[in-house]
Design a protein around this ligand. Structure first.
Ligand code: ADP
Ligand code: MG
Length: 358
């Protein structure tokens, strides 16, 4: 009985700095009872959508092993933006039940768990997912034995210019591997969701990652490429154009393992027509970021079918609607009103091609 009280104490302690609901405390307690972890500590990170807690487990020798526990928040407000990642994802056919918060965050944690498993088992440096219960995910800890987490790439102190370049090449390789081997696009990749330790990059925060057949996956990939390029350029790295990286990541014929991937990238550097010409690169990036790329085969231009869609007033549902004159897109909108719900169901075709053009 006393032991039980003590265990409950441990679970409670984790919640003292951030108020967690009864259910979450029960899940943490359950994880302690099942030996997934033996102690839960304070928050490593408190975010909009989730908190990450440090935890400790003990091996047979009684040696402490650090763990991380990500607890998704069940409050609805922060999840409103999440639907775009779930909609159109065949692994989540049921979609979002917006009326049910708990189901939603459970789905979200489940997504992170599955994506992590894929990414980790492909040999990509990342947390190993250990246990999942509702909206609570236990994973291996990326940090030292005392419980200090590795810094985010954003906060890493790296003086050596050559190391920045090496990390850039390393990351492009990881992005290709995630796409080709794991069949995923991270979809929130930036210096905030990469941890750094000893010249190695660790990929984290993959709950929003989508498969390539997601209607917006390539749009998300381009966003990732832009974020990565912008960051490393700020660090003074001579970067490749977005277009070159996009082709490198999506090309079927190239290797997916090091050192071959790194070598392929070096060849790309050598093949640049206007090597090092910053202005030319900037222009190409702008052009590429605004260019339309069909997301899936079904979205490839089909004159007949698209003409019919237009007739019915579904012009805004066409992936290239942003390229059509407004008058054409709006035409027949009124009489086609009842069509709207139908055609928008399951996909977000409405703004499928509305690529970021900032
Ligand atoms: P959020 O959705 O809040 O962005 P993240 O998955 O990015 O959640 O995690 C937030 C922070 O928690 C990370 O920046 C990192 O500092 C820390 N963190 C997350 N997972 C781990 C882990 N497995 N090991 C160590 N620290 C982690
Ligand atoms: Mg994050």
């Amino acid at each position: 009985k006393q032991g039980e009280d003590r265990e409950k104490d441990k679970a409670d302690r984790a919640t003292s700095d951030q108020v967690l609901d009864q259910r979450t405390r029960m899940i943490l307690l359950q994880m302690i009872n099942r030996g997934v972890v033996s102690e839960v500590h304070g928050a490593i990170s408190t975010g909009k959508e989730a908190n990450v807690y440090g935890a400790v487990s003990h091996d047979d020798q009684g040696e402490a092993i650090q763990r991380a526990i990500k607890v998704y928040k069940t409050s609805i407000l922060v999840f409103k933006d999440r639907e775009r990642y779930i909609t159109g994802e065949h692994r989540f056919k049921g979609g979002f039940d917006k009326g049910n918060n708990r189901k939603m965050v459970k789905l979200w944690a489940e997504k992170e768990y599955r994506n992590l498993r894929r990414i980790h088992s492909a040999g990509i440096p990342s947390p190993e997912p250990l246990s999942l219960k509702l909206h609570v995910l236990a994973m291996s800890f990326l940090g030292d034995r005392k419980g200090w987490a590795y810094p985010r790439l954003r906060d890493a102190t790296i003086e050596d210019q050559d190391e920045w370049r090496m990390l850039y090449i390393q990351l492009l390789g990881l992005m290709r591997k995630i796409f080709q081997v794991c069949r995923l696009v991270h979809a929130d990749l930036s210096e905030y969701n990469i941890l750094y330790h000893k010249q190695t990059l660790y990929i984290i925060d993959v709950s929003q990652s989508v498969e390539p057949d997601h209607p917006r996956s390539l749009e998300f990939l381009r966003m990732d490429i832009k974020n990565v390029g912008d960051f490393f350029r700020r660090k003074g790295v001579d970067t490749l154009t977005d277009r070159m990286i996009y082709d490198f990541i999506t090309a079927a014929g190239l290797p997916t393992d090091e050192p071959a991937m790194g070598e392929a990238l070096e060849k790309l550097y050598e093949s640049r027509p206007d090597e090092g010409d910053e202005d030319a690169m900037q222009v190409d990036n702008e052009v590429f970021r605004n260019q339309y790329i069909p997301q899936t085969l079904e979205q490839v231009y089909d004159v007949e079918k698209d003409g019919q869609t237009l007739e019915k007033g579904g012009g805004k549902d066409l992936v290239y609607s942003n390229l059509l004159a407004d008058s054409v897109v709006e035409k027949g909108q009124d009489e086609g009103q009842e069509q709207e719900d139908d055609s928008a169901e399951g996909t977000e075709s409405g703004d499928g091609a509305a690529l970021d053009s900032d």
